[in-house]
Design a protein around this ligand. Structure first.
Ligand code: ADP
Length: 247
């Protein structure tokens, strides 16, 4: 199972409003995420969390530095290999990304089909199973507009895990959800992680980060300000175990 390795990675965007302006979203980030880790990425809005997640999953091309998944350099891949690599990731973006004119089952089926999974019966069974896992049994025929925000996010999580990828990357999955829903989702992610899946999650849910005591990466102004294993929200050094990397 592949590790993710970032070496001196910088991402600079061109400003969308002023042609000449450049925005350094992530600066000189180096880190390794080993298979099976659970990593929270925290930091204020605009600190570079989403960009870091995009870089780690090969969706954002670095301006400088390298991103590796196992022995593959993600920025050097040709399309076929890129598609193969994307199969390693289950990704939930910050914004709702379900197709509005498709039912829940259709949204999920498209994700399964990309992997070419079996016949209709097998696909339906998989969809049923994954909807049960995220606490939405029987939601197949609903349209996204008929779902609450929390239910919509659960369907997106279902879509991300339906092909059992080795790595899950989740951007603010629990934003705007009620406590019960957040708690359910963290439980589920904990179970998934205990079965060996890497979970990388940008979040503001400080209470839950503090309960889970996993690796916590803190972003400040595009830099990795702290990287603490067994950490809490706002920690810059670990509880006796020290930072996983000097800051
Ligand atoms: P966060 O997820 O912590 O809110 P982001 O990674 O979304 O942070 O953004 C970091 C910085 O990069 C912000 O200043 C943001 O405006 C800028 N940025 C992000 N994406 C783009 C983009 N596609 N084009 C231009 N600037 C961007």
């Amino acid at each position: 199972m592949p590790d993710i390795r970032l070496e001196n990675v910088t991402k600079i965007y061109k400003s969308q409003t002023e042609r000449r302006r450049r925005e350094t979203a992530v600066q000189d980030a180096s880190l390794t995420v080993e298979q099976g880790e659970f990593v929270f990425v925290i930091g204020s809005s605009g600190s570079g969390k989403s960009t870091l997640l995009g870089l780690m999953s090969g969706l954002v091309r670095p301006t400088r530095g390298t991103v590796r998944l196992g022995d593959k350099d993600l920025s050097m891949l040709k399309l076929v290999s890129k598609n193969k690599v994307s199969m390693c990731f289950g990704y939930v973006p910050q914004e709702m990304s379900l197709m509005r004119k498709r039912t829940v089952a259709e949204n999920l089926e498209l994700a399964v089909r990309v992997r070419g999974f079996g016949d209709k019966h097998t696909r339906e069974a998989r969809i049923k199973k994954v909807l049960g896992l995220v606490g939405l049994p029987g939601a197949e025929k609903k349209y996204p507009v008929e779902l609450s925000t929390g239910e919509g996010r659960r369907v997106e999580l279902a879509r991300a895990i339906i092909n059992s990828p080795p790595i899950l990357v989740l951007d603010e999955l629990t934003a705007n959800l009620d406590d019960d829903s957040i708690w359910d989702i963290f439980h589920l992610l904990n179970d998934i992680n205990n079965r060996g899946t890497t979970v990388i999650m940008a979040t503001h849910a400080s209470r839950y980060v503090n309960i889970m005591r996993r690796r916590v990466l803190t972003m400040v102004d595009g830099r990795i300000h702290a990287d603490v294993r067994g950490g809490k929200y706002g920690d810059v050094a670990g509880p006796g175990r020290g930072p996983s990397k000097p800051i």
